[in-house]
Design a protein. Structure first.
Lengths: 257, 291, 291, 257
């Protein structure tokens, strides 16, 4: 597991804003500190507004690094992301990061990336950092397919690629070719992927989790992910990426995020 | 008292440059914050709750943000007093400020049991006895709503430690002034006013609460006036110092609580937005008072 | 119950197109609002508190806005039950919706005394018995914190009227579920959950409270989760309908309270910003539920 | 006493904004309803922001009427007025009005206007509506003297007019020449004026009061002004203008607003 730099609380300048898909915004932040220290799979805690409310930040995966900053790609779904969606060039935003443990990337490892919808957001950074054997993407429709140069794309309505679920793309060949398998997407999709992958390949699987967060740096115990030993691990500190074997899928699904 | 209140405080015989305490459950045991370099401006850290046996905590989701506040249902998750004593407290020995250990119990005796086990550590200054947790052994209402029970808890703790301790009361029922007086009678060296207010969010589309335990602890900057009123009532009724807990987001809020009678002021939820709140609040206060 | 909850409600045997009640003290006796044409969307109006003798009310300032809420210290100002009966109630006879009269007392007997005097009017549908006021005759704590006293107040009222009445509880101490059960035992036909939370604002520069009575009633949109929790607790514990009171500013808040178990939903402070809140809330709800 | 039109809740367009003195803003609102019905001394309740906070409106006297609207002139002193100060042309603002009972203007009456600082704000409208014998204004300094074509102006620091308090301008001649005397300003100033005016003229005096308000239309009982019979009257409904003989100065001063 890669060791993490101490996160810092940065005032970041917004340098670009783009609506990459309907209701999906990509924002570029200038921040040399995060550019210099972030690892794929890590996230930041972003302050959605300078006012008193909302009372917590919003966790967003680092989508990719630029020379002097980083970019976030997010879905506009509620209060916080609505405020974030109107951030525009010239704004200064408080961002704490990089946070959490990202993908466990052994040198020389060949990767299979399996993503569902916007869950594929963080893959750009991973893809830029490792040797990728294949990228399999599933989405509900073309409006939810992130530009990523994926090897194979399916959509539920067939609007991009063939019609189907991402699990239909998973073959023994893909699985055998990979030393590491990264999975990111909605919980139900990740569980389906996990169940599709035969036992013998499961040790290679890493799961990128999400949880409602308080702090983001391990102090509030609010972000627990149910673990197969019956206990919990902290999404923000021990995750967000976990070995697939750690996850207690049943209890996690019950949480309903 | 003089006004505007002094920022430097005397508390439990010690001089504090800052009245700010990090509230239980929002700062771990302080060691993470030391790594983050955000203990500047902090007078003391209160640990998360420690119970006799390890507690896995409540099922997720444990947090739910509402438009103007935060619901938490952590369930006093902690690795138990023995693990804390042997593996966590040693790591806190280089904290730049005093540590208070927040103690939870499921029965009157458990509080004293936890404290007596912790006595073999010398890294902490004192305790905060969290009588806001449900009295599992006796029906499930919080210990703190019954002055008789508060008295017994405080007496039990007094018996096993010579360190100072604060009793942290609950705002959810009972009469806080009576409970505070009982705590002092039982030997408490301070009163923490107060723990979280019970709150709930209902999904009106389904009739279900997203939090599995349904009700949860609610915190919000908008609760400040409730805490100010309680601090004022309790500090006028007891002779020991009052530690406020709840509603702080700006330096002005801290000054208001000090003026209402708090000797020290905790900040919790604000840390979720602002890990460096200690230093920020101190700056804001100094700007306002010119101190 | 079905979800999303129906906006049309049955309450006290009558069908209401709107669950919205205007809360006591924020709508006079409804007659001003009739002039302003803002009773559209309103299911019922609750009058300001009526006491036996005229009450001048508290010295000003009676209101103090905080960043996220409002402190009020009105002091139950009202011209007394006889004046209300003879001069005000006749003017409310053309209200387009039912009127409940909010009744305050300083002793257990006074509630029944006020109600029995009001019985000779036939413009009102029923009563809301405000046991949140201080029990002057017996120490000054609110009547509502002691279930025994609540029982006696409710029994007294039951004896003098055949009209339905709700007992409006206080969140400031005691156990609301026990008080609600006592009210029902005493004959209450509904429980109002709840009156204002005690709050305070301190001027830290001077150490003085701007409100002369120091503590005051605090209301805020941010208190909604506290009210939702209490409505859920009380409605699960009693068989009579629960009327929620507190924290409503949007249609979604009303739906949440209905889903938590409220039969009717009061709105108070929001009227200070939005006199036409009744119609606005109804519009917002209909948009959300498609009803 | 003039009868009042029923107030309505209007969405008013801001058409102009001007900083007339440092920290004193004048805003023009388009609103035919209020232009057609408002009387001098009445006020409006203005929504300082579209958000949830602050929870109450802000009461401001109608400074003057225009053909199709009205103007407000206010001091920027706190949360609400800070939000109002940044209102700019094109914004739409919710305004309830006209509210309260204004100056009691008997036909043919000759007026003496005595104002302190920004308290003179509402005089423009009164002056436009009645026959004015004289206008006496006192202020702390020139930065607090509202443009009003006053007959006499004094300031505490002598920066406009001579140095002194407004009470020094009050002469028997002014008082005798007037049938009605309008007083508006800080409570302490109004009390000083009241005390300066001999008993025999006091029946002519009308006082424009202020109070922290909840509703503004008479339902909450939050805006009480202590009255000489020991009770209270509602500033918003029975005032804001009262006969001077109504006021209980001692209890009003104790309120400290
Ligand atoms: C480690 C991590 C990385 C993430 N990376 C991304 C990303 O790259 N792109 C992206 O679009 N989204 C990402 N999310 C999800 C994102 O944080 C939520 O969509 C966002 O917080 C919603 O906030 P809101 O105020 O708009 O929604 P609201 O529903 O109004 O939020 C209310 C509360 O619910 C929480 N919440 C709601 N949905 C989620 C969720 N799915 N995950 C966590 N908390 C949630 C919010 O944090 C907030 O506390 C990530 C979440 C985590 C935990
Ligand atoms: C009938 C009436 C007419 C007024 N006309 C004018 C006018 O023409 N020009 C002008 O500059 N001001 C006027 N005022 C005063 C103005 O309403 C206050 O300055 C304003 O409400 C302050 O709000 P704030 O949020 O900026 O200040 P804050 O201090 O942040 O306000 C906090 C609270 O205090 C109340 N408050 C504070 N000061 C006053 C005050 N002096 N009067 C009433 N409430 C106060 C506010 O309404 C609010 O509830 C009038 C007040 C009344 C009652
Ligand atoms: C996530 C979270 C966890 C908490 N855990 C504890 C705890 O373990 N023990 C305790 O006494 N209080 C706990 N509290 C309450 C806080 O210590 C504090 O009293 C409360 O949050 C009010 O302060 P605030 O408004 O500044 O947040 C917790 C609060 C939060 C938000
Ligand atoms: C100005 C004001 C006056 C009030 N007067 C009374 C009263 O006379 N009797 C009463 O039972 N409640 C009174 N209340 C409480 C309200 O009826 C209501 O319970 C409370 O405001 C909570 O609702 P809200 O959050 O919608 O304001 C008053 C509240 C306010 C703000
Ligand atoms: S979000 Fe606080 S511990 Fe993970
Ligand atoms: S402000 Fe409500 S009655 Fe005057």
């Amino acid at each position: 597991m890669l060791s993490c730099a101490v996160p810092l609380d940065y005032d970041c300048l917004v340098t670009r804003r783009e609506e990459v898909l309907p209701g999906v915004v990509k924002i570029f932040f200038q921040c040399e500190g995060i550019a210099a220290t972030a690892l794929p799979g890590q996230f930041v805690q972003i302050e959605p507004s300078p006012g008193t409310f909302p009372v917590t930040r919003r966790p967003i995966t680092i989508n990719s690094l630029t020379d002097d900053g980083f970019e976030l790609l997010f879905d506009v779904i509620g209060r916080g992301t609505e405020l974030m969606a109107v951030m525009s060039p010239g704004d200064t935003v408080r961002v704490l990061g990089p946070l959490g443990h990202g993908w466990m990337t052994d040198p020389g490892s060949k990767w299979l990336l399996i993503g569902g919808g916007l869950g594929a957001a963080g893959f750009q950074f991973l893809k830029d950092s490792v040797d990728t054997a294949a990228i399999l993407i599933g989405a509900s429709c073309s409006d939810r397919v992130i530009p990523l140069d994926a090897s194979f794309v399916v959509t539920e309505d067939g609007s991009t690629g063939s019609r189907g679920l991402v699990t239909s793309l998973i073959s023994e060949e893909h699985l055998s070719n990979a030393d590491s398998i990264a999975v990111c997407g909605p919980v139900a999709m990740m569980e389906a992927v996990w169940k599709t992958i035969p036992e013998k390949h499961r040790h290679k699987v890493q799961i990128s989790t999400e949880s409602r967060m308080g702090c983001g740096w391990g102090v509030c115990d609010g972000c627990s992910i149910p673990i197969s030993d019956g206990g919990y691990k902290k999404c923000c500190k021990e995750g967000p990426v976990f070995p697939g074997t750690d996850i207690d899928w049943k209890r996690w699904k019950e949480a309903g995020l | 008292m003089s006004f505007p209140p002094n920022i430097k405080r005397k508390f439990w015989g010690k001089l504090f440059d800052s009245p700010i305490m990090l509230a239980s459950g929002t700062a771990g045991f302080g060691e993470e914050l030391l790594n983050l370099n955000c203990l500047a401006g902090v007078g003391a850290v209160v640990s998360k709750a420690v119970s006799l046996k390890p507690r896995a905590g409540n099922p997720p989701p444990r947090l739910l943000e509402t438009p103007y506040g935060l619901l938490n249902s952590i369930g006093l998750a902690n690795p138990g007093v023995h693990h804390v004593l042997n593996h966590i407290l040693p790591e806190t020995s280089n904290l730049p400020c005093p540590l208070l250990i927040n103690v939870a119990g499921e029965s009157v005796e458990e509080f004293a049991d936890v404290v007596s086990i912790l006595e073999s550590s010398n890294v902490h200054m004192g305790y905060e006895i969290n009588v806001s947790c449900p009295n599992v052994a006796d029906g499930g209402a919080a210990f703190g709503v019954d002055p008789e029970v508060v008295l017994r808890v405080a007496m039990g703790v007094s018996r096993v430690t010579a360190r100072p301790f604060s009793v942290k009361l609950t705002p959810n029922g009972g009469d806080m002034v009576l409970s505070a007086k009982a705590a002092v009678e039982g030997g408490a060296s301070a009163i923490t006013v107060c723990n979280t207010f019970l709150g709930m969010h209902m999904d009106w589309r389904t009739g279900k609460s997203i939090i599995k335990r349904k009700v949860a602890g609610y915190t919000s900057p908008a609760l400040l006036p409730l805490v100010v009123a309680k601090v004022w009532q309790v500090s006028n009724a007891v002779s020991v110092p009052v530690i406020s807990s709840g509603g702080v987001s700006h330096g002005e809020d801290v000054l208001q609580l000090l003026a209402a009678g708090a000797q020290m002021v905790q900040v919790g939820t604000r840390l979720m937005r602002r890990p460096f709140a200690g230093a920020e609040l101190m700056d804001e206060m100094k700007k306002l008072t010119g101190e």
